[in-house]
Design a protein around this ligand. Structure first.
Ligand SMILES: [Mn+2]
Length: 380
């Protein structure tokens, strides 16, 4: 039995385990969501380690659901893992999941930080055997065990709650608390917003495990790293926190991709040099992801005000307009003319930017609204 967190990941990477796993026809993985933010990474790694601690014969591989090359875009994740001496080569990514697919008859997954298999993983994952999440419950995989879907600021708090005893009993309690607490700090802005009971309960334990940790300092570092876009192109920035969704009705289907960005549209525009270049980059992103509708949601602190914008583009004709009209009230959308989006909008391409005055609604809230609007617009 390996005790340290790093040792566990080394074990998973070792020939011995690889060979043993190969004897079985079913592989078990635990996947975070495709945005692969701190919460997803911390939740998946902790879940895998604790499963091993509880039953060393039943290994679960933690998957970070992005290409390996994109980990560098998440500077907050990279730095904290670095502090725990965990480097990229000890982690498992989308490429690994694809490789496993060719080796195993079936792949069973525990989903953390999401509760529906993502579009890109649909052909890779055979069945869902467990869920721990804090997004809106899609009411799928009702036999999954555990099946915990609760509103919390951070999914990490639910993972902590589920594995509390194992974490306290392990020699890696400090490392795990550091990791999970990092997720909660980012998700709740240092336990100030979106905080729920499980987040506070977890915080109490983290403080018990890490009595000397300067929470404020850790939070400031994480926040700075997360916002640090130095050396990243606009293309990179649009990939840094990106998720896809499928809306389906009886006879229509819409694939939508949403990039979240921590800077205003004007800033992205400046990075590109010109409005037309920015528009070009956006359209390229839409085409590259092969989505019918691509949106950029920006959110940033402007002095004392927290602000949001949303930019929507689509080669579809009427549907985007109908959907946007249906969410205008809820999101308090106001036309945003600074990008001169209207001049770019033509009969072949929908392209429009808005200020979102309902600043409380992040992607987590916006997606269900868009889905309802889609069903309303398609008359179902
Ligand atoms: Mn989360």
């Amino acid at each position: 039995m390996v005790n340290s967190f790093k040792g566990f990941l080394q074990l998973l990477k070792s020939e011995k385990v690889d060979g043993n796993l190969a004897k079985s026809s079913v592989l078990r993985v635990v996947c975070g969501n495709e945005a692969a933010d701190f919460d997803s990474v911390a939740s998946a790694l902790t879940y895998a380690f604790c499963s091993y601690h509880k039953d060393p014969n039943n290994l679960v591989i933690p998957i970070i659901n992005i290409p390996k090359a994109d980990l560098r875009l998440r500077k907050d994740v990279v730095r904290t893992l670095g502090k725990l001496h965990i480097t990229e080569d000890l982690l498992f990514f989308t490429e690994d999941l694809k490789r496993y697919k060719t080796r195993y008859n079936s792949i069973s997954a525990v989903l953390v930080d999401h509760n529906e298999i993502e579009i890109a993983s649909k052909d890779l994952i055979s069945n869902v055997v467990g869920i721990i999440d804090h997004h809106k419950d899609e009411n799928l995989y009702l036999d999954a065990n555990p099946r915990i879907v609760k509103t919390t600021g951070s999914c990490s708090s639910l993972v902590f709650d589920f594995w509390r005893k194992t974490i306290f009993n392990s020699n890696s309690a400090k490392e795990l608390a550091m990791l999970l607490m990092g997720a909660a700090l980012l998700d709740t802005s240092n336990f100030q917003y979106k905080v729920e009971e499980p987040d506070l309960r977890a915080l109490k334990c983290y403080e018990e495990i890490l009595p000397d940790l300067d929470r404020e300092e850790y939070y400031t570092q994480l926040k700075t790293d997360k916002a640090n876009l130095d050396g990243l192109s606009v293309k990179d920035i649009l990939k840094k926190d990106y998720k896809e969704f499928i809306f389906e009705s009886a006879d229509e289907k819409l694939v939508i991709g949403i990039a979240s960005v921590g800077k205003p549209l004007e800033w992205l525009c400046n990075q590109c040099g010109s409005r037309s270049e920015f528009q070009q980059q956006c359209i390229e992103a839409q085409k590259e992801h092969a989505v019918n509708l691509f949106a950029i949601m920006t959110a940033w602190q402007d002095g004392h005000d927290f602000k949001r914008q949303i930019l929507v583009m689509s080669p579809l004709k009427d549907q985007p307009e109908k959907i946007i009209n249906a969410v205008t009230n809820d999101l308090k959308l106001k036309d945003f003319d600074q990008l001169d989006a209207k001049s770019f909008k033509n009969e072949h391409y929908y392209f429009n930017a808005f200020q979102q005055l309902n600043v409380a609604a992040s992607r987590k809230q916006v997606v269900p609204l868009l889905r309802d609007a889609f069903h309303y617009a398609t008359g179902k």
